[in-house]
Design a protein around this ligand. Structure first.
Ligand SMILES: [Zn+2]
Length: 245
């Protein structure tokens, strides 16, 4: 879950994770190594894929002198070197037109359903880790990976033979009780640990993480969990009850 934050472009997804729309500047428009069009915004509310969290989707609204408004889809957001790239749903003509708009103000709008789901499920995968430590009495190494997708979030560990279905069920019950009683979640900068080093904190627990999280456990709602053991890996998969269909 630890990741390097090397971008120079300010990321409002850290300082204002609930901001779903903002005015920003279109810095430049370019093609990547695979000829996919992207743009760079300053500042940006779009979280770049990393730490298991998906890159944000959404769209940009451009001022247009001929028509009233023009919308361009953002398919995903990725970090590359010191840039945050917003991958665009445009054809060649759109690309050429957009290049001419560099330097202009645009409105950036997030796919808030996706982002908020990521914030909730991401917070839950941290909490289940901490609660599993509490239930088993083991100090559990941080997950090797914590991949999230549109429907669920997982923690992948090297095989943990002391975690079985019953233990996970007990931990999930405790997780749901903990979440429903409401606890503050903070994501804070720790400058003494390095530039933009961030940790997630809830109660007495903390985990290094540069992702986005909800600010109260009540926002997570009810969680369902599944245990999968595959290729010597223990996988804990979580799903939100309102997304369990
Ligand atoms: Zn996190």
């Amino acid at each position: 879950m630890r990741f390097k934050n090397m971008n120079k472009v300010p990321g409002l997804y850290h300082t204002a994770p609930y901001l779903s729309q903002t005015q920003t500047r279109l810095l430049h428009v370019n093609l990547d190594e695979s000829n996919s069009p992207y743009c760079v915004l300053s500042p940006t509310i779009f979280y770049p894929q990393g730490g298991g969290q998906l890159g944000d989707r959404g769209y940009l609204v451009l001022p247009d002198m001929l028509t009233s408004q023009q919308k361009i889809g953002v398919l995903t957001t990725k970090r590359k070197d010191e840039e945050i790239r917003h991958y665009l749903d445009i054809n060649e003509i759109g690309f050429d037109l957009l290049k001419k708009q560099a330097g202009q103000q645009v409105t950036a709008i997030l796919d808030w359903d996706l982002r908020y789901h990521q914030m909730r499920i991401h917070s839950a995968v941290h909490l289940i880790h901490c609660i599993l430590e509490q239930v088993t009495g083991h100090s559990i190494p941080y997950p090797v990976r914590s991949p999230l997708n549109d429907e669920s979030g997982e923690n992948h560990y090297q095989l943990l033979d002391y975690i079985d279905k019953d233990i996970l069920e007990k931990a999930t019950t405790e997780l749901n009780e903990f979440c429903s009683s409401g606890h503050e979640i903070q994501t804070v900068n720790v400058p003494e640990q390095g530039n933009n080093f961030r940790i997630w904190k809830c109660g007495r627990w903390s985990i290094p993480c540069g992702g986005t999280h909800v600010k109260d456990t009540k926002e997570i709602g009810m969680i369902f969990s599944t245990l999968k053991i595959k290729k010597n890996m223990t996988r804990i998969a979580l799903r939100l009850s309102d997304n369990s269909g």
